[in-house]
Ligand binder design. Structure first.
Ligand code: HEC
Length: 149
């Protein structure tokens, strides 16, 4: 192998290795503000869903449910070790002390929202299923992992 090919090969490997860590390449400020923005968006969408379901607009609620679920999955990558403080974060240190549990709750919240999208097709009590498969997960996580305010 010539020197040139070897250098090109090294560059390609280095480039492809840096790819999966693209989230970590974001600044701490971008990460903390980014996760706050996704939680806020989820809250706005959850409120819209409640209103839509009050008037039985089931099909209109579905894309918003999908959006919440996708945000939760993205949020799994928004709590790296270097984002414990700063930028008015309300994240508690208990997140990093119980990372597996925290991630499991986030994943459950994401899965439950998909279950909710299915449940609203047949549920008789729409408020009850929203409570069980959406709002209860907010409280379960906040009570342990978000600063009271
Ligand atoms: C698995 C954990 C978890 C779940 C589930 C969760 N949250 Fe949160 N939420 C957090 C954490 C942690 C923060 C603090 C983030 C920060 O300040 O860095 C937060 C912050 C927020 C914020 C404040 C955002 C800001 O601008 O500071 C809102 C609003 C919010 N969550 C709403 C919700 C709602 C509504 C739900 C349910 C539909 C929900 N969250 C589900 C963990 C969770």
């Amino acid at each position: 192998m010539t020197q040139r090919i070897r250098i090109i090969k090294t560059l390609i490997i280095a480039f492809s290795l840096s790819f999966p860590f693209s989230v970590n390449a974001q600044s701490v400020e971008e990460i903390i503000k980014g996760r706050k923005a996704m939680f806020s968006e989820n809250y706005q969408n959850a409120k819209k869903i409640s209103i839509l379901l009050k008037s039985k607009k089931i099909e209109e609620a579905k894309p918003l449910l999908k959006k919440i679920s996708d945000n939760y999955k993205k949020l799994l990558d928004y709590f790296p070790e270097n984002s414990k403080e700063g930028f008015k974060t309300e994240a508690l240190p208990s997140i990093w002390e119980n990372k597996d549990e925290f991630n499991a709750l986030m994943q459950k919240a994401s899965d439950d929202i998909i279950k909710l999208a299915k449940a609203i097709e047949t549920a008789e009590d729409l408020r009850k299923v929203q409570k069980e498969l959406m709002w209860s997960n907010c409280t379960a996580c906040h009570s342990r992992f978000r600063a009271p305010h």
